[in-house]
Structures are given as C-alpha cells and as structure tokens.
Write a protein that binds this ligand. Sequence first.
Ligand SMILES: [Zn+2]
Ligand SMILES: [Zn+2]
Length: 200
Amino acid sequence: MIDLPIQCTCGSVRGTLLDVAPSTVQNLVCHCIDCRSTLRHLGRANDLLTEHGGTAVVHSTPARMQITHGHTHVGLLRLSPKGLLRFYATCCNTPIASMLDDPRQAFVSIARCILPSDADTHLGPAVGVRGRSAIGNLRTLDAAHNVPAWLVARIGWRLAKQRLQGQARPSAFHAADGTCIAVATILTLEQRTAAQHDPR
Ligand SMILES: [Zn+2]
Ligand SMILES: [Zn+2]
C-alpha cells in the first residue's frame, strides 16, 4: 500500500490519500447523469469528462482521506436537497469528493483528477459503470450497462468491512461536532436542468 498526494488543479487544496492499493480502493468511470452534471456545473466538463461523458472516480474511505492545506477553499454542492455531499475546490472549481450525508457510512468517492495521473498501478484497472447514460459514440464505449453484480457485491462487502473498521470517521470534510466544513449550495431546478443538458 502507498500514500498518494492529492491536490486541486491550482494546488491550493492539498492532502493525502492513505493506504492506496487495488484491494483498498475501487477505480471507476461513472457515466451517470449526476456525476456529469456536477462537472458541467463546475465548468469542468471539457477537460474532465471522458469522450463518453464519463467521470473518473476512486472509492475509498473518509478516514483515509486527509486535507492538509486549503480548507477555506473547500466548497459544497448538492444537486438536490437530499443529494450526495459533493465537495469541490472553490479556488479552481475542481471536484474533490462525494459522500453520503450519513456519518456511519465509510464511503467517499474521490475525483480521479486530484490524484497523480500516473497512479493507475496503485488504483487497479478502472471499471466503466452506468453505460446506459453514456453519450458520444457508444460503439467505442467500454462500460457495463449499469453496475455489474460482482462490483455491487465487492462494494457492499467493502462498505460493511470498512464500517466495522471505523473508517467512516474522521472526515476531512467534517468538524468534530459532525457539521460540514462548508455550507451547502443546493442547485436550483433551473441550474440542475441546465447542467443535465447533453449538447449534441
Ligand atoms: Zn484550486
Ligand atoms: Zn455517477
């Protein structure tokens, strides 16, 4: 296992992802509309979406993700009032990580772009998921229609194990009293609709 540096595009928000190995993280490219909408809303669709509208993410746990610099540049978006907590860097609109709004869940989905570009050997092969929402030339798409059963099983098993291991907390995005370090901006219906629009 290895510890990898993480940083936003401009370098103001920095930190470390601990204990990285194919056995502790899940490398994914998600083609769902919510992931894509987040990048569009942040104005990062052009440089961060794959040619099929996919978003590259790496699953790990809150306890393994440390932010050491730039806490004041951490912002929080929610696509809807009960949507995932989607943290991003306000300095350069870089997505950082998404979490469930539940302190018992040992889950964080980290934007691949904040990890070193040459880290794939430590992350394991990326699995394409939710291909039913992909865009572009679907003949060249390498992704499951939804999430394959083996991956659902692996993620579920890991979530249970990590929860028992106490990996849900601490969280770099939460204060000791459990409140988020950033105030959530919830997208309006108009903003969400605009971000969901797939240009032809
Ligand atoms: Zn930045
Ligand atoms: Zn997604």
